[in-house]
Design a binder for this molecule. Structure first.
Ligand code: SAM
Length: 379
């Protein structure tokens, strides 16, 4: 159980630092997602979790279902506009599901849980296996055909690809999946391992066995990203949250809309500085750890842009392409690209097609130096 031992009653456990950081990202993201959904879909949307947990940690910190419910009931600007917002939760362990109902009831006060429907909120907690209970619950609550955000927070072993694919086929869907590569890398040569084959949809992931040890995690995360794209999520963001002790958690966010990707990036970089937890961009060739801070370090982005430019004809790409590359393939936002290009140009590492060699938003940039020059001084 990452984050510590469950208490003797085996219902709650302490929150690991990266769990708390993950919750702050959810909170920021939901503070954007919920109003957009309420306004553009009149609230006819679903937030669902397949591995919901008990709704609270031993230190009293709220679990993700409580954070999600509060994002609506705690926001006076949108809570009166809810029409048919569904909050659907599946939890396998009955005592945890019971505790979750108690915690959700506290979050909904002064309204009783069973009176929430009068306020346009349809909330259900079902005890069962995520697969197939979640699909049944979504059908029973008429969620298909309308936008949904589905959180699949396993302890890292992810879920059957068919389940993810079914969600991807729904219009305006998003998933957040917790992924821990070590769950897979250690079974890559085991003929009896079946779960991982269902997560990746075939046996190709087993090629990880031939990767150097330091590349295995990155390779598996990239493989999983490709699998999600094939499953029907054209926009996938993967990033790693790393604890001071080096323990890490990968979050994989898939969305059918580019706007979802933009909002998730904003959420990632808006969270308050977090002590003891850092980000890592799986696409960074140097795998540098990044503090979570309002003005993020962009050394990895410079390396990633240089690598991208090296792969283009004449080492040249349009600024628009570079911005799209950053948005789709890295943890950075489009808006972070231009300042990095300006810095590369200032240092004679690249040249733009502006009058004095500057980068222009509608123009292009060429990489001059192909050395793997250190960017440390600028990190
Ligand atoms: C990582 S915790 C969820 C934490 C929660 N999302 C949060 O952030 O507060 C995973 C939960 O999934 C439950 N679980 C494990 N296997 C499950 C399964 N097959 N189906 C549904 N729930 C399961 C566990 O009992 C545990 O409560």
């Amino acid at each position: 159980m990452p984050g510590g031992e469950a208490r003797a009653d085996n219902i709650l456990w302490p929150a690991a630092l990266h769990t708390l950081a993950k919750h702050r990202i959810y909170e920021r993201y939901l503070s954007k997602w919920m109003p957009i959904m309420i306004h553009s879909w009149k609230g006819n949307v679903t937030y669902a979790e397949g591995f919901a947990g008990p709704g609270v940690y031993t230190g009293g910190e709220p679990g993700s279902p409580v954070i999600a419910l509060r994002s609506l009931v705690g926001d006076p600007l949108i809570r009166t506009k809810a029409h048919d917002v569904r909050f659907l939760f599946v939890e396998k362990e009955a005592p945890r599901a019971d505790r979750l109902r108690t915690e959700l009831a506290k979050a909904a006060r002064p309204v009783a849980l069973d009176a929430l429907d009068r306020y346009g909120i349809d909330l259900a907690v079902r005890t069962g296996e995520c697969d197939p209970t979640l699909l049944e619950l979504l059908a029973a609550h008429n969620a298909w055909g309308r936008p949904m955000l589905v959180v699949l927070d396993t302890w890292g072993a992810s879920v059957r690809l068919d389940l993810v694919r079914r969600i991807a086929q729904n219009p305006s869907s998003e998933v957040i999946i917790t992924f821990e590569p070590q769950h897979f890398s250690r079974f890559a040569t085991s003929p009896t391992e079946k779960h991982a084959d269902t997560v990746f949809g075939d046996r190709h992931w087993r090629e990880v066995a031939g990767q150097p040890p330091e590349e295995k995690a990155k390779w598996l995360v990239e493989k999983y990203r490709e699998v999600l794209v094939d499953a029907g999520f054209p926009f996938v963001l993967t990033f790693e949250l790393v604890n001071a002790g080096g323990q890490s958690l990968f979050l994989v966010f898939g969305t059918t809309h580019v706007r979802g990707l933009q909002k998730m990036k904003e959420a990632m970089w808006e969270v308050d500085p977090t002590r003891g937890v850092q980000y890592r961009d799986p696409a960074d060739p140097n795998q540098q750890l990044l503090d979570i801070e309002p003005v993020p370090v962009t050394g990895p982005l410079e390396r990633e842009l240089a690598q991208y430019l090296r792969g283009q004809d004449d080492n040249t790409a349009t600024v628009g392409d570079l911005r799209r590359f950053a948005l789709y393939q890295t943890v950075y936002k489009e808006s972070q690209v231009k300042p990095v290009l300006d810095r590369m140009i200032e240092r004679g590492r690249a040249v733009g097609d502006g009058p004095a060699g500057q980068a222009r938003l509608g123009g292009s940039v060429r990489l001059l130096s192909d050395s793997s020059q250190s960017t440390r001084g600028h990190e």
